[in-house]
Ligand binder design. Structure first.
Ligand SMILES: [Zn+2]
Length: 244
């Protein structure tokens, strides 16, 4: 027996669904002689079918492209979704690799007047007990704390925060910051940083690390200064050659 491809299966399901919607509309919603109660009932049925349409549409990859729809909009030839409208739900496979979104980076060199306007992505996922936060923003103006003395400019950045149990890992353009038992904002004690000076100077250049501790000299985490990527500085060393 020939197995149906996901696309063929979805197309068939859509055909069946649209046939049901047309049936309800033609027989119960357009006929003015029916009692109000009946029309109301079938309007509800039509709504439910609309919900099914929305969720079925999440499987559609719009394989066959778009056709012209009303008001100059483009609609998918299979699911009828209007190009460019927001999806409110995501559909993920229960097995295999899950993918949500694409790697986002700042989109502009301009400084936005507000943080909201500068935001490219701000999203969070709880994944099997680990929490991942992604925040990407263009540069924006922000008032100095205290409300006096004009604005400061917050640089554009891509910030990833991973929280697993008692460890929080923060990654941005310049830093990898690992925190041990992080306290919630507002409850944080002052943190101090120091380089591991005990290492010889020759070795130290290989350890771009700041060790952190609290007021009682307890270890609270470490910061690893990310080395600049060779593309950015143009100072890549040939392979196999050691630094002078
Ligand atoms: Zn589609």
């Amino acid at each position: 027996m020939k197995t149906e491809t996901p696309k063929a299966q979805l197309k068939r399901q859509f055909r069946e669904l649209f046939r049901c919607m047309d049936f309800v509309a033609d027989n119960y919603l357009r006929d003015k002689d029916l009692p109000d109660k009946t029309v109301e009932r079938f309007a509800e049925v039509y709504q439910q079918l609309g919900t099914a349409w929305q969720f079925l549409g999440l499987q559609c990859k719009h394989w066959d492209g778009y056709r012209k729809a009303r008001e100059g909009k483009m609609a998918c030839r299979i699911c009828g979704k209007i190009k460019g409208t927001d999806e409110h739900w995501l559909l993920l496979p229960s097995k295999g690799r899950k993918r949500i979104g694409r790697r986002a980076t700042p989109t502009s060199k301009e400084v936005s007047p507000t943080e909201k306007q500068a935001l490219v992505v701000a999203d969070t996922i709880q994944f099997h007990g680990a929490t991942v936060e992604v925040k990407v923003a263009n540069a924006y103006k922000k008032a100095w704390p205290g409300g006096k003395g004009g604005d400061m400019t917050i640089a554009d950045d891509r910030i990833i925060k991973l929280r697993e149990g008692q460890v929080e890992c923060w990654l941005d353009t310049h830093l990898v910051h690992v925190r041990w038992k992080p306290k919630p904002r507002g409850k944080r004690e002052p943190n101090y940083g120091a380089f591991p000076w005990e290492l010889s100077k020759a070795k130290l250049r290989n350890f771009p690390i700041i060790l952190e501790y609290d007021t009682k000299d307890r270890f609270t985490g470490l910061t690893i200064l990310r080395p600049a990527s060779p593309e950015r500085t143009g100072r890549a060393r040939p392979r196999g050659k050691k630094a002078p």
